[in-house]
Ligand binder design. Structure first.
Ligand code: ADP
Length: 424
């Protein structure tokens, strides 16, 4: 039996990083596993393990199978409690996948009572009378109403959940939450006695999340956004299972060269590239058309990077403004353009790791996915946060490397400049 305490199953990669950061900040040593680990995989030692799935919009049966596989691996590694983490805007369709995945986990774990709490007050997500708010408007009036994959046209979490499951869904209102963890716990037991096993819980503030966290002490399963993770470490600490840990301000990174790969064309990234160019980082712009003809190759990109002076980070980027991107997509086709660049960067990252690069920043969600795959990375230990939502991480296993995966519009303009000072 491992000494892991909390297992988290996250339905997308960015969400997995969010919840990992939340746990890390609360003093739990946390690692993130990318994709459902195989049944006989050995999970690394940590207080919390977050499995990052990509199951939010998959067919229901796939999402269920992946989530159950993740659950088995977490249980085998000693998890005492499982958190099913979804988006704080409850991103789902009327078919799922939140309901079916929660049902499957509930059955597997024999859970009597499971809370549903996507509240994340720090990001403006609050729940009152079971209605989910985004800032000052109900969910169905927020921009989520027009989301291309999971348009949210209702804000009532009881109704949203009831559309996805046969199990009755109840509610615990704000007065009970204000009355404290004991009151919430009693009400959960009462509802479970009536066969109501899913319970939406109101929450407006971080204090409420701490109350709810305490109320689910000992529950085998709970569900929610990153926010609900905030109140879980206190239970383990109180039980003497979690030592007081200082959150490391720095990440111990292997000695070696530093560099940046960017395939993100988002506004924030383009600003960050501008700042890096102005700061005099040696930079090579990648042209997707040249990649397509073979005039540029991963080998050429990597050789260029490794030939730069090692005293400052290099930058290899394909990032461009929307007009240029559209022109290139017009010539290569939209999917093909992305694919060519992603593959080139995946291979470049592999060559860079071989060539002694041990500190790597990657910009772009899809680009990060490709690089992670190219490097064969399965597990990342979470380190300090560079900017909200983007931590440095250390690869568990090989290659020995610190990586930071920054998607789209994350990070301040000086992201590429300031990140390095958090490494030792
Ligand atoms: P973000 O997180 O900013 O959306 P992604 O990496 O997820 O970044 O997506 C960017 C996509 O654009 C990737 O598929 C990448 O390969 C592709 N891409 C990068 N540079 C260019 C370019 N100059 N022209 C066309 N497509 C590009």
């Amino acid at each position: 039996m491992g000494r892991m305490l909390l297992g988290v199953i996250a339905d997308d990669m960015t969400g997995a990083t969010d919840v990992a950061l939340m746990l890390n900040r609360a003093g739990m040593r946390t690692v993130q596993v990318i994709g459902a680990p195989s049944a006989n995989a050995t999970l690394p030692e940590a207080d919390a393990v977050v499995v990052a799935l990509k199951s939010r919009t998959n067919p229901v049966s796939e999402a269920v199978a992946q989530s159950l596989a993740a659950c088995e691996a977490l249980l085998a590694a000693g998890a005492r409690q499982i958190l099913f983490k979804y988006c704080s805007t409850f991103d789902s369709t009327p078919h799922g996948n939140i309901g079916p995945v929660a049902d499957a986990l509930m059955r597997r774990l024999g859970a009597e009572s499971v809370i549903i709490c996507p509240a994340f007050p720090a990001n403006g997500r609050s729940i009152y009378q079971g209605y989910l708010f985004v800032g000052s408007v109900p969910l169905h009036e927020s921009s989520m109403k027009d989301h291309p994959l999971t348009p949210m046209r209702d804000s009532n979490l009881m109704r949203l959940m009831a559309a996805q499951t046969e199990t009755p869904v109840g509610h615990i209102g704000y007065a009970t939450v204000l009355a404290g963890a004991g009151a919430v716990k009693n009400r959960l037991v009462e509802l479970a006695g009536q066969g109501v096993r899913y319970v939406v819980t109101d929450a407006l503030t971080n204090d409420d999340l701490m109350v709810l966290g305490a109320a689910v002490d000992g529950a085998v399963l709970l569900t929610g956004g990153s926010g609900i993770a905030m109140g879980l470490p206190q239970n383990f600490r109180k039980a003497g299972l979690l030592p007081d840990r200082d959150i490391a301000a720095h990440l111990e990174a292997p000695e070696g060269r530093a560099g940046i790969i960017s395939g993100s064309c988002s506004t924030a990234t383009r600003g960050q590239i501008k700042a890096a160019l102005e700061a005099g980082y040696p930079a090579l712009k990648v042209d997707p058309l040249a990649l397509a003809t073979g005039e540029q190759t991963a080998r050429i990109l990597a050789d260029w990077a490794l030939a730069q002076p090692a005293d400052r980070p290099f930058l290899v980027y394909s990032s461009d403004d929307p007009a240029e991107v559209a022109a290139i997509q017009g010539q290569l086709g939209r999917d093909k353009a992305g694919e060519i660049v992603e593959q080139a960067f995946a291979e470049t990252a592999r060559l860079l790791a071989k060539g002694g690069v041990t500190r790597l920043l990657v910009a772009g969600g899809e680009t990060s996915g490709a690089v992670v795959q190219g490097l064969g990375i399965q597990t990342l230990e979470i380190g300090p946060e560079i900017d909200p939502g983007v931590p440095w991480t250390r690869v568990v296993g090989s290659p020995a490397m610190a990586v930071a995966l920054k998607s789209g519009n994350f990070g301040a303009p000086d992201f590429f400049l300031k990140a390095w000072s958090l490494l030792r």
